[in-house]
Ligand binder design. Structure first.
Ligand code: HEM
Length: 255
């Protein structure tokens, strides 16, 4: 979090203004007040998008299965890596500037994304397909053969958990121009806590903790890189971390 605060002083200033106005002169605001601060929420969400603490999880298919929506078949025993890190940077979902740290994107209507793609003269998928998430909506890809399938392989047995599964989102029309990213994104587009039966049981608690901690970090201190700090680099393990550790100049705010 400190990395993104120091790297984006303008965004830090926006969050500070909002948080400072919400904190009473003495004491702390209520949890609900802090969780409802829009600038702070977008900032945290954008950090969790570009630096999801768990960049990838691994699963092994117990039975033959089919990915809902795409129709891609997964044979039993197949190892599947699911990566929030890569998914949350897909231009297909986030537009041409998917790599950029831009918290405002969450509130932007689709029309603004298209206009920017046009202004940039980009061959953006947004402009070309006029559809927010064709991977969810493309009925033509349903039933696509899995490359490991042999033509003689019998049809997979029905998934024993099929009855418990949430049915895939219905194939709907394209997103409306006034839909914000927040409204049009499919659940799989933002998944720092993963989805499904084995998702993070601490996600609600963790989210509140991150938002509150960030609010206090920004209210009490100003964050900047220390002089001579090299540009930060990501290290990967089970979790993402800056490597080597970053050094900050942290100043207590007088105001
Ligand atoms: C930023 C904070 C957090 C993130 C990004 C996060 C993310 C995740 C992810 C991606 C998984 C799935 C891992 C996998 O299946 O391989 C997971 C599982 C889990 N998380 Fe979290 N987590 C966070 C905080 C917490 C907290 C605060 C708790 C407990 C209070 C917690 C408890 C768990 C547990 C128990 C599981 C295993 C669930 C299962 O396998 O059924 N997590 N977490």
């Amino acid at each position: 979090m400190a990395w993104f605060l120091a790297a984006h002083p303008d965004e830090q200033a926006l969050v500070f203004e909002e948080v400072a106005a919400a904190f009473p002169a003495h004491g702390l605001p209520s949890l609900d007040t802090v969780l409802a601060l829009p600038c702070l929420g977008r900032f945290v969400k954008e950090v969790m998008r570009l630096a999801p603490p768990v960049p990838v999880v691994c699963r092994t298919a117990l039975t033959d299965d089919v990915l809902p929506g795409s129709g891609i078949k997964i044979p039993a025993g197949c190892s599947v890596d699911v990566s929030p890190f890569f998914t949350q940077r897909l231009p297909l979902i986030y537009g041409d500037d998917a790599e950029a740290f831009r918290p405002a994107r969450w509130e932007e209507p689709l029309s603004a994304v298209k206009a920017r793609a046009k202004a940039l003269g980009s061959a953006s998928l947004w402009a070309a397909q006029n559809a927010a998430f064709p991977m969810q909506r493309d009925a033509a890809s349903a039933g696509r053969a899995c490359p490991v399938d042999s033509p003689t392989k019998p049809a997979p047995p029905a998934c024993p958990h099929a009855a418990e599964a949430t049915p895939p989102a219905p194939v709907t029309a394209v997103a409306a121009d006034d839909e914000t990213l927040e409204q049009r994104i499919p659940p799989t587009g933002f998944m720092p806590f993963i989805l499904g039966h084995r998702n993070c049981i601490g996600r609600e608690f963790a989210w509140q903790e991150i938002v509150l901690t960030t609010a206090v970090m920004v209210r009490r201190f100003h964050w900047a890189y220390s002089k001579g700090q090299d540009p930060p680099r990501r290290g990967y393990g089970v979790t993402i971390m800056p490597k080597p550790a970053l050094k900050f100049d942290v100043t207590v705010r007088e105001d």
